[in-house]
Design a protein around this ligand. Structure first.
Ligand SMILES: [Zn+2]
Length: 105
């Protein structure tokens, strides 16, 4: 396969931009249709590349320390109301059952 010259690539880009059919471009540039197709794809990729600079932004996972994970689980906690230790099912449960029943809860 002959190497594409810069002038040929320019012509190809022009024809492709003008929506000239691949077969027509192939005839004009004296290339095979698959070759023209490949080159158009190459031109598109090359055109897209400069926009993407540096690393692709990856969504960062929030770093969760082990003790933070543990604190979300069921564990003995002090009741905020009577300060008695009770088994809290999750971190948001900070009032013991007795206080919940007796007070405004
Ligand atoms: Zn309590």
């Amino acid at each position: 396969m002959r190497k594409w010259r810069a002038s040929e690539l320019e012509r190809l880009a022009e024809l492709a931009a003008a929506h000239v059919p691949l077969a027509q471009i192939a005839i004009e540039l004296r290339r095979t249709t698959p070759s023209v197709k490949d080159k158009i794809r190459y031109l598109h990729e090359r055109a897209r590349r400069p926009a993407k600079t540096g690393h692709r932004g990856r969504p960062r996972k929030p770093h969760t320390p082990d003790n933070a994970i543990q604190s979300l689980e069921a564990m003995p906690r002090h009741c905020l109301c009577c300060t008695r230790t009770f088994v809290s099912e999750w971190i948001g449960n900070r009032i013991c059952v007795r206080c919940k029943n007796s007070e405004m809860f």
